[in-house]
Design a protein around this ligand. Structure first.
Ligand code: HGA
Length: 607
């Protein structure tokens, strides 16, 4: 999604803006632009495509004050005319979010004589601020007044040629944080863009407006009162967002999974592993009274939720439902104050998941838990309980290590709920803990299967469709495998519970349809084998991921890779890894942009 970088400093900031945008590239974008206070007038450079293009166009531009943007189009095609910043008179604006009343504003401002040169909702913000300035020349106050008229979500940064040395930023719904550096003040959509200049970050609240100068910073809250927001020292390591020896972030992140899981499980160690306190100080009392669980999430995170449903009902004996956040937030549902709402999001800024959380709370559901990879994110701040996965920054758009660490967190939740409810025997607890501790080693062994998986990928990368099958707690893993393949290789893929095959999808099976099957050695394997026969009987080519101790052998049309260990309840965490590698290698064969697949964005901060 869109990325914002802004700076007001004592020396030239153009390279800071460009470097910042490069760090935000992972969010996904289609065009980029920047505007700076020039010697005579605002100087603006925009380009379609990569930030590297913008960098060329901005060569020679110098200023100590400026704003920059990577755009992921929501209103108006991705083209230079629609790229941000948008200019009105002396001012320039960049924006992340959606202004829902932009049509009404466009009509009103056009009637005042403003000429719109883009199709974006954002341009109405620029003209609105300019129009307010006719009666309110103070830029800070003008932005304050203008934002009160905006309906929707926004993070904006504004400069005005008549107020050199100042950047005004504001946020409502969309992410924006400030950096307090030695030589200036900065703003960005996430901390990775600002690590080049400072580790001191200030997180803005919804409704906040801030004025950044080289040596000054002031913030007003939604009510217009001056406020101090605490400075956090970011623990993000600059190296964590570098590619290092890898060709792609997705590849790096797949191979970081043993470490990410180790880090996520590190704080648990020993007998404390099933203690409620790992979810927050109030977890014991909140969980004791819980009678059911509702998991709300989008995309890959929803697949983590679907897997956890099998664990929560089988191990903890608590009824669990999983719902797509964008569905839940708009449907009439029956609130249950004793239900635990679990929201899952890598970034913690996913617009639909955040809105679903707020919707649940507004309906009186106060028992909320966030599972998230970003400690300071909105979803974490707004939940009663929290578990921070320690996957480290995930840059590839297709989620990998965030997913497996979410699964680890959800398994811990299962153990804690089971224990609070008196449904976890000491022996089971000890055995699950042992499996968790061993998980990084087990994942490493699965990663070692890469050469065989790569060979498979070469064979079916030229197919246009693929079917994924799984059963039980591995059905969501089949869903995740299909999603990964779609996202980065653009091969159409669908996942079904294997038992559903004969209820429809079998009609699609022929020699051109690879059928990828997640087939661990669990209680459903024999049933699954029958489903595989149904595929073979129709000439379908099977690619089966089994376990080392399974009695299942390869034959004509049946390709088998065996995972070294059979991992019981935690097996979904291992079985998703070959599917990640399969999509990655299929995408490499197809030559797609693995880390930034077309049309997609990383932090989905718009609805
Ligand atoms: N609505 C604006 C900004 C889009 C955005 O925030 N994407 O993440 C536009 O379409 O330009």
């Amino acid at each position: 999604m869109c990325g914002i970088v802004a700076a007001a400093a004592s020396s030239n900031i153009v390279s800071v803006l460009i470097e910042g945008l490069k760090k935000l590239e992972y969010r996904g974008y289609d065009s980029a632009g920047l505007a700076v206070i020039g010697s005579q007038q605002i100087e603006r450079v925009r380009s379609v495509g990569r930030v590297a293009e913008l960098e060329k166009g901005a060569a020679g531009t110098q200023s100590s004050t400026g704003i920059a943007h990577t755009r992921w189009a929501t209103h108006g095609a991705p083209c230079e005319r629609n790229a941000h910043p948008h200019v009105s008179g002396h001012i320039a604006v960049v924006h992340n979010g959606i202004i829902e009343n932009h049509e009404a504003l466009r009509t009103e401002l056009s009637a005042q004589g403003y000429i719109f040169t883009s199709d974006t909702d954002t341009e109405s913000i620029a003209h609105l601020i300019e129009s307010v300035q006719k009666t309110e020349p103070d830029l800070f106050k003008a932005v304050q007044q203008a934002t009160r008229r905006l309906i929707g979500a926004y993070a904006i940064a504004v400069i005005d040629q008549r107020h050199p040395g100042k950047v005004i930023v504001a946020r409502e719904g969309s992410p924006l944080l400030l950096g307090v550096g030695e030589a200036g003040h900065y703003a960005a959509s996430d901390a990775s863009a600002l690590l080049q200049v400072t580790r001191n970050m200030v997180y803005l609240e919804n409704g906040d407006i801030a004025e950044l100068g080289a040596n000054t910073l002031r913030i007003a809250d939604a009510a217009g009162q001056a406020v101090e927001r605490p400075v956090h020292v970011s623990e993000l390591s600059a190296a964590a967002v570098e590619l290092g020896e890898y060709q792609h972030y997705m590849q790096k992140e797949i191979f970081e999974q043993p470490q990410a899981l180790g880090n996520t499980l590190e704080m648990i160690g020993g007998s404390k592993s099933s203690q409620p306190g790992i979810f927050g100080a109030d977890a014991a009392s909140i969980l004791a009274d819980v009678d059911s669980i509702l998991i709300l999430a989008c995309g890959t995170s929803s697949h983590a939720g679907l897997t956890a449903r099998y664990w929560l009902e089988a191990i903890a004996g608590v009824p669990c439902n999983v719902e797509i956040a964008s569905e839940y937030r708009y449907r009439v549902s029956v609130p249950n104050p004793r239900q635990l709402i679990v929201v899952i999001s890598q970034s913690g800024e996913t617009a639909d998941t955040l809105a679903a959380l707020q919707h649940a709370k507004a309906k009186g559901q106060a028992k909320t838990l966030a599972i998230c990879n970003v400690p300071e994110s909105a979803i974490v701040r707004e939940s009663a309980l929290r578990f921070i996965t320690r996957a480290g920054p995930e840059i590839g758009v297709a989620s990998t290590k965030a997913f497996t660490t979410q699964l680890a967190a959800l398994f811990l939740l299962t153990l804690v709920v089971a224990k609070v409810k008196g449904r976890l025997s000491e022996a089971d607890e000890a055995s699950y803990q042992e499996q968790l501790r061993h998980l990084p080693v087990a994942v490493n062994k699965v990663l070692a299967l890469e050469p065989a998986i790569k060979a498979w990928a070469q064979r079916f990368a030229n197919k246009s469709d693929a079917l994924f099958l799984g059963r039980g707690r591995h059905y969501p893993i089949a869903l995740e495998g299909a999603l990964k393949l779609k996202e980065i290789s653009y091969i159409h893929a669908e996942a079904y519970p294997a038992g559903e095959l004969k209820h429809g999808p079998l009609a699609l099976v022929d020699a051109n349809m690879p059928v990828i099957t997640v087939a661990p050695n669990d209680e459903l394997l024999e049933k699954l084998k029958s489903n595989l026969q149904e595929v073979r009987a129709r000439g379908g080519e099977l690619y089966v991921f089994a376990d080392g101790d399974s009695e299942i052998e390869g034959s004509e049309g049946v390709n088998i890779i065996k995972l070294p260990e059979h991992y019981g309840q935690l097996s979904p965490i291992l079985h998703v890894i070959p599917l990640q590698l399969l999509s990655y290698h299929a995408a490499l064969v197809k030559g797609t942009d693995v880390d930034k697949p077309r049309n997609l964005a990383k932090s989905v901060t718009v609805e």
